[in-house]
Write a protein that binds this ligand. Structure first.
Ligand SMILES: [Zn+2]
Length: 548
């Protein structure tokens, strides 16, 4: 037994807003949470004593939406967030000097609005004509490449656009070096995957685990699992008999191909789930993931009304195909996660869910929808009625990203109802919080800061807004305790693990973080700095990370 006393323990248990003195851990489980004297009696005189010295203890953060392998790879890339085109060129040249023999040069997180110009191959060719350069956009929905990259990808004038994607072209029909949606996901991802060794993948995964545990994250829901990352994850599991954090995965279903191709992928997800039964505590495939639309930032989110530039993109999945995939996954007991960012995408997904319930009849199910950035009040009601988990990433509403988001939609009524979180709360929706790392930074505390304020945790130096319409966004924010629950117990619920972990209650796994900020007492401003906060992270009663 171990007793952690003289602290302020937040449990995430339903209706429990008390900050308790003490936590007693017996083996890998929580034995008691409550007053010091009671904890001492239960722990007994032989227990190891940890004096928390007034520090806060939170349940381990469960990030409801991550891309584990891509996040690890991201940690090795040069980062273009907030950079101009000239600054990106400097980063490319610097990386080439550092890694003269690299197979390719990988960058991350360029933002459309800070580049100052359209991303074209010529800009990158000036910096690096020979080695292929791939730079992901911050939202991971498009990729900017140089001519050498187009060459190794085999993209020529004659290459057709994949369905649901676009190889952007100039007036002569030549590729510009900007690959959107499926042109990125079905051409660039497989190329990079084939040219990355398993050992490189394992190294990247380990980097991501280290980053997660150092910020109090004890588990994550991987939102686009594929063969290459599952293979590397399993090998890490087999070497250590566990993973560093708990991974529940949704198997990525590619929209290309025939309905029979889709069905094959869905069945593959069920095969993995069945095969992983004994490893499920640490690594499981619990469902599928479909991507129904793009993102507002590149005008690819599927919206009911056109964008101000007149564009009106359709969905990535035809409704009939999507519905067939849902019905099959649901019948196999797989959980469905559907990326539905625009208001038309969420309507399409809800139609597909309703057709699925109709086809398969009543059963215990727990599906979810991802992002829901622009969504009608009616869709929020439908989602809530069906018990579909709203998977929200508060960080995506950070003012750093919102500037371009609002511009793309033309500052209309849709931008005034951007990320309308409060409406989910008022409707009584089930909610899981995540970050979508590496789409947004993985740090939980700035995510909580934006969730509770709608202000910037990504750039803590950003001045608070003065635009009244931006200030009005605060009405959509969540209270602190509610936010922490969505980020712990809410995500556990979304993976059917709410009886195992996600809150600090007797009999649940002792997964928690000891933190050196006290947002309950000192306010949520204490959460704004990314690396501030976590002193220790514990999983299953074992300390897995400690601040040096
Ligand atoms: Zn994602």
């Amino acid at each position: 037994m171990r007793i952690f006393k003289n602290g302020r323990v937040f449990t995430s248990a339903r209706d429990d807003d008390t900050l308790h003195d003490a936590l007693v851990v017996d083996g890998d489980q929580v034995a008691f949470v409550g007053p010091n004297h009671e904890a001492e009696r239960i722990a007994g005189s032989q227990a190891e004593v940890v004096d928390l010295r007034g520090r806060v203890v939170l349940p381990g953060v469960l990030d409801g939406h991550i891309h584990t392998l891509q996040f690890g790879s991201f940690l090795t890339r040069f980062v273009c967030l907030g950079k101009t085109a000239a600054e990106v060129q400097d980063l490319v040249r610097q990386r080439k000097r550092e890694q003269p023999d690299a197979k390719f040069l990988l960058g991350a997180s360029f933002l459309y609005d800070t580049l100052g110009v359209s991303p074209t191959k010529e800009i990158l060719d000036q910096a690096e004509p020979d080695t292929p350069v791939f730079i992901d956009s911050a939202d991971l929905h498009s990729c900017w490449v140089n001519s050498a990259a187009l060459k190794v990808l085999g993209i020529t004038k004659d290459t057709p656009d994949p369905s649901g994607g676009e190889i952007e072209r100039d007036a002569n029909g030549d590729a510009t070096g900007f690959l959107k949606e499926n042109a990125f996901h079905t051409i660039v991802w497989p190329y990079l995957s084939e040219n990355t060794t398993k050992d490189e993948r394992k190294a990247a995964l380990k980097l991501s685990f280290e980053a997660f545990v150092s910020t109090g994250v004890t588990g994550g829901v991987d939102m686009a699992m594929m063969e290459d990352s599952l293979e590397a994850l399993e090998e890490i599991y087999d070497e250590d008999g566990r993973l560093p954090i708990r991974i529940n995965a949704h198997w990525f279903i590619n929209s290309l191909g025939t309905q029979e191709d889709h069905a094959k992928q869905v069945r593959r997800a069920a095969e993995h789930r069945d095969r992983l039964k004994d490893k499920a505590k640490w690594l499981n495939v619990i469902g599928i993931k479909t991507i129904s639309d793009g993102v507002v930032d590149s005008c690819t989110a599927y919206m009911k009304d056109p964008y101000p530039d007149g564009s009106k993109p359709g969905p990535i999945w035809p409704k009939d195909d999507l519905t067939k995939v849902f019905i099959l996954a649901d019948s196999l007991g797989l959980q469905i996660a559907c990326h539905a960012l625009g208001d038309a995408a969420s309507e399409q997904a809800l139609d597909a869910f309703e057709a699925t319930y109709e086809a398969n009849g009543p059963k215990n199910r727990r599906h979810r929808m991802e992002h829901l950035e622009s969504i009608t009040s009616d869709s929020i009601k439908r989602l809530t009625k069906h018990g579909i988990v709203a998977s929200l990433q508060p960080l995506h509403a950070d003012p750093v990203y919102m500037a371009n988001w609002r511009k793309m939609l033309g500052y209309d009524e849709r931008t005034d109802r951007a990320f309308p979180w409060k409406e989910f709360q008022e409707a009584g929706s089930l909610i899981s919080f995540g970050t979508d790392a590496p789409v947004a930074p993985h740090h939980p505390f700035p995510n909580l800061y934006t969730a509770t304020t709608r202000r910037s945790g990504v750039n803590p130096k950003l001045p608070d807004p003065t635009d009244p319409r931006l200030i009005a966004m605060e009405k959509f924010s969540f209270p602190l305790a509610v936010s922490i629950r969505h980020y712990t117990a809410g995500t556990a619920y979304s993976t059917y693990q709410e009886d195992v972990y996600g809150s600090l209650e007797k009999g649940k796994s002792a997964d928690f973080a000891i933190v050196n900020v006290d947002p309950f007492r000192d306010g949520v401003n204490t959460l704004r700095e990314a690396q501030a906060g976590v002193d220790e992270t514990w999983i299953g009663g074992e300390r897995v990370w400690q601040r040096k």
